[in-house]
Design a binder for this molecule. Structure first.
Ligand SMILES: [Ca+2]
Length: 141
């Protein structure tokens, strides 16, 4: 299993230094490369966003060559949620209601050790369709 606490804990100061704003939709083209940070035997990229208490956020990671895995942390490095395959195929989709107004951290990693490659990460206000997709994926287990 990944070393979640050490990973986000190192970023605590940086998280608090940023102003808290409303939840904004973002789509990022990212790539896990050999010089990225590692948590155990998996490479990790980190992304920060801010939101308000009660915001329902959908976080999705998609890739053609990675088996994506995503983590959501709050500003105290507490592990809030994870997802492996709730999007299509091995892609990840997480729907989560933010418990408080503040900064949050998304970690994009992989379910398979030592995978490298490009991915697309997006986060947005969750829709009913996002919720249905997560629920539908649970029936496929
Ligand atoms: Ca996956």
């Amino acid at each position: 299993m990944m070393q979640r606490w050490g990973l986000a804990g190192a970023l605590g100061v940086w998280l608090w230094a940023c102003p808290v704003g409303a939840l904004e939709s973002r789509t990022v083209q990212g790539e896990l490369t050999a010089d990225d940070e590692k948590a155990g035997d998996r490479f990790v990229d980190l992304y920060q966003f801010s939101g308000q208490a009660g915001d329902k956020v959908a976080i999705e990671a998609r890739s053609k060559n990675l088996d994506t895995f995503i983590f959501l942390f709050d500003s105290t490095s507490e592990d809030l949620a994870t997802d492996n395959n709730s999007s299509d195929g091995t892609n990840s989709l997480l729907v989560f209601e933010l418990p408080k107004t503040g900064q949050y951290l998304i970690a994009v990693s992989t379910a398979v050790p030592n995978q490298l490659g490009k991915y697309e990460l997006s986060w947005r206000t969750a829709t009913q369709v996002d919720q249905w997709r997560v629920e539908a994926s649970q029936f496929n287990l």
